[in-house]
Design a protein around this ligand. Sequence first.
Ligand SMILES: [Zn+2]
Length: 300
Amino acid sequence: MAERDYIVRATAADEFIRAFAITSRGIAERARRAHDLTPVATAALGRLLSAAAMMGVMMKGDKDVLTVRIDASGPLNGLLATADSHGNVKGYVGNPNAEAPDRPDGHLGVGAAVGIGVLSVIKDLGLKEPYVGDIELQTGEIAEDITYYFAASEQTPSSVGLGVLVDRDGSVLQSGGFIIQLMPDVPDEVISVLETNLKGLPSVTEMLSAGYTPESMLERVLEGLTPEINGECGAAFSCNCSRERYRKGLASLGREDLLSLIRGDESVEVVCRFCGEKYEFTAEELKQIADAASDGNNKE
Ligand SMILES: [Zn+2]
């Protein structure tokens, strides 16, 4: 079991390949506890958080933010993960209680839980408009969907492996993944070595259970292609919510809507969708926020 979560970056085959790998048990377990997720929901969100964290560190800007959103018909009722470029990631599922039958191979039925729908990647790179790429879900197993996204939306042939192993008590035993990307004009012989390696590759959770680290996973996937590990970055489930942020959020509702929330002296509890943190606002506070909002909102 890995001690801490982190991401490594590597290149191989004279930089015709770039690669990322993550170990993310802490991230997936934190998500499970924050949202009280069923095993299949833990697996689905854990996979998406791992992918988003790696895609986050691919971004160059300090303040860049990436969101991967899945809108789909399955019992999970969609899921979403948001990452920055420093290994911080957070996310949630539409329905934390989702159940789905296991697959015939005994794995959790992530594809069935996700269902049919669309995967969108939204990158806020500090430009006027965010970059948005949409694809149809291929299997709902998430790794295949992200692979297809890279090919169809970013024209970058990739191989993505993601896995979450859930214990009998529902806690996360292993979580992690990798992303391998081919740069333009990659020689055919490099592709054929990579394909052979991928064919014989155990699953991500098998590798992690056998003691593989992100470094050794990449060395295995890129065997014979002179991989070079050239960076590491800590990774964590991290939410930037605060009481002040929610106070501002409430203020933006406007006076009428805010007043309609107040029932006598009862306080209102706001729960962060991303991390489950609860913030309580008393009726008195809500009235104050509403009064302040009416001052600021008299343009209409
Ligand atoms: Zn939060």
